[in-house]
Design a protein around this ligand. Structure first.
Ligand SMILES: Cc1cc2nc3c(=O)[nH]c(=O)nc-3n(C[C@H](O)[C@H](O)[C@H](O)COP(=O)(O)OP(=O)(O)OC[C@H]3O[C@@H](n4cnc5c(N)ncnc54)[C@H](O)[C@@H]3O)c2cc1C
Length: 424
């Protein structure tokens, strides 16, 4: 595939220009829905600003990191999604927001940047991995928040296998084959489950003894998957243990050294390959844009997903701090909310263009699923616990539905076949 040309997007517009920054789950859903539903009389022009021509399907990173190395599996090529739609994609980044002038600056840091006027602005720039200041952590661990992260983990696994194959001493070989994940939330469990399930086979294929592989999960709290019902947490623990994953719970990491982590208790855990899945924080640039943000750096928005002092600016997805009126809690960073916020904002923009009142967003969580290895999962749906193969089917189905909504039935079918092939 040829890289799309770096777009210039600064020409003035006589139309209602909607600028969307970020083409992840939220921004892509919004652009696709708005483009499909708008009429010529709405007089809307859509400009999507996104530096990466591929959308990254973060929820499938574990398969790219541990399975056959196929980054395209979790990438959605944006030029093909928007080929036949009235959406201009500018492959660049939003650098600044001048809200009083209704102008954004587009360009790379340090460049002069292009001034782009807007009628409405939607900020959907997502989140990044959060790494706390634990000595040695950033230096030795790989995070899991992009295809590059997944490829880096692939490289480290392969390097550990190659080095282990050259060692004659059994205990040195076992240390070399130690794979440790820090973080017992959904991301950590998904990665450690896939490592636990797939590494023994990969070791065998590489001529190594699968019994030498050590896969561990280290979590500071006494339990994993604290967002799930108790029964589902217990099932996930049983499943991980049945795969041979060792759980080191209730242990905070004090520091990380080459090949080992040191716990607050003083105990040491081998970690030749270390993955850190301890959390995420909103796009760190968002706090520089002169808009209201909360203590965690997410952009505050009202019940319509608009910035409190700038109702012409919307924020959706991980970068937005939307407080659910039903629970009075800020929504968690989940693709399912980013997608629904994108759909809702498309409808509100159309209402605005048609002179109608916008409607408040009412989030509903109908279910949540976490994979524990590529072929098994736990979660809940409509207050019912679901585990095993039905749970993994439900998890994958959510994404097939997303591919279908943005890329049509052919893309959904292609992705489904790839998913099945990768999980084998
Ligand atoms: C490993 C992993 C597994 C996950 N699994 C699940 C799951 O199973 N279920 C679930 O619901 N959620 C899951 N999530 C969370 C989910 O991926 C996020 O909540 C979701 O991606 C948020 O969507 P978004 O549109 O807000 O941001 P993103 O999808 O992250 O997209 C943000 C986009 O903004 C772009 N961008 C950033 N800065 C700029 C800028 N300055 N200018 C222009 N563009 C910019 C980025 O390039 C990116 O394309 C997972 C996350 C990870 C990391």
């Amino acid at each position: 595939m040829t890289e799309p040309a770096a777009a210039t997007c600064a020409e003035p517009s006589n139309h209602r220009r909607v600028v969307i920054a970020g083409a992840g789950y939220g921004g892509t859903t919004l652009a696709v829905n708005l483009a499909r539903k708008m009429r010529p009389s709405d007089d809307i022009e859509i400009l999507l600003i996104e530096p990466n021509p591929c959308q990254q399907a973060l929820s499938e990173l574990d398969l790219v990191a541990v399975g056959p190395s196929r980054p395209e599996f979790c990438e959605l090529w944006l030029p093909s999604v928007f080929r036949d739609m009235s959406v201009t994609v500018c492959y660049n980044r939003l650098e600044d927001v001048h809200a009083e002038e209704r102008v954004v600056i587009v360009g790379q840091p340090g460049e002069e940047g292009q001034r782009v006027e807007y009628w409405r602005l939607v900020l959907a720039t997502g989140a990044v991995a959060f790494v706390p200041p634990v000595p040695g952590l950033e230096e030795h661990a790989v995070t899991m928040w992009s295809v590059e992260d997944a490829q880096e983990l692939q490289r480290r696994i392969e390097a550990a296998f190659k080095r282990a194959a050259k060692l004659s001493d059994a205990s040195a070989r076992r240390r070399m084959l130690s794979f440790t994940v820090i973080g017992g939330g959904a991301t950590g469990v998904e990665i450690v489950g896939t490592l636990g399930q797939m590494l023994p086979k990969r070791a065998r294929d590489a001529g190594l003894d699968p019994a030498d592989i050590n896969v561990r999960l280290v979590e500071g709290r006494p339990e994993i998957l604290y967002d799930l019902p108790q029964r589902q947490r217990a099932r996930a623990v049983d499943r991980l243990r049945s795969m041979g994953v060792e759980l080191v719970l209730g242990s905070m990491v004090d520091r990380v050294e080459r090949g080992q982590i040191v716990l607050a208790s003083g105990d040491r855990v081998d970690a030749e390959v270390l993955v850190f899945c301890g959390g995420a924080k909103a796009d760190p640039d968002a706090i520089k844009w002169g808009l209201d943000f909360d203590n965690s750096g997410r952009l505050i928005c009202d019940e319509h997903l608009c910035s409190p002092h700038h109702p012409e600016i919307y924020a959706i997805g991980d970068v937005a701090a939307f407080r659910d009126p039903a629970t009075n809690k800020t929504l968690p960073m989940l693709a399912q909310f980013a997608i629904r916020e994108g759909e809702h904002t498309a409808d509100n923009l159309l209402r605005e263009a048609r002179g109608e009142a916008t409607e408040p967003f009412h989030p509903h969580m109908h279910g949540e699923f976490v994979s524990v290895g590529p072929r098994w999962g736990v979660g809940w749906m409509f207050n019912m616990n679901v585990s095993g193969i039905p749970a993994i089917i439900m998890k994958r189905l959510t994404y097939v539905m997303y591919w279908r909504s943005v890329g049509g039935i052919r893309l959904a079918w292609k992705r489904l076949r790839e998913m099945l092939a990768m999980a084998r």
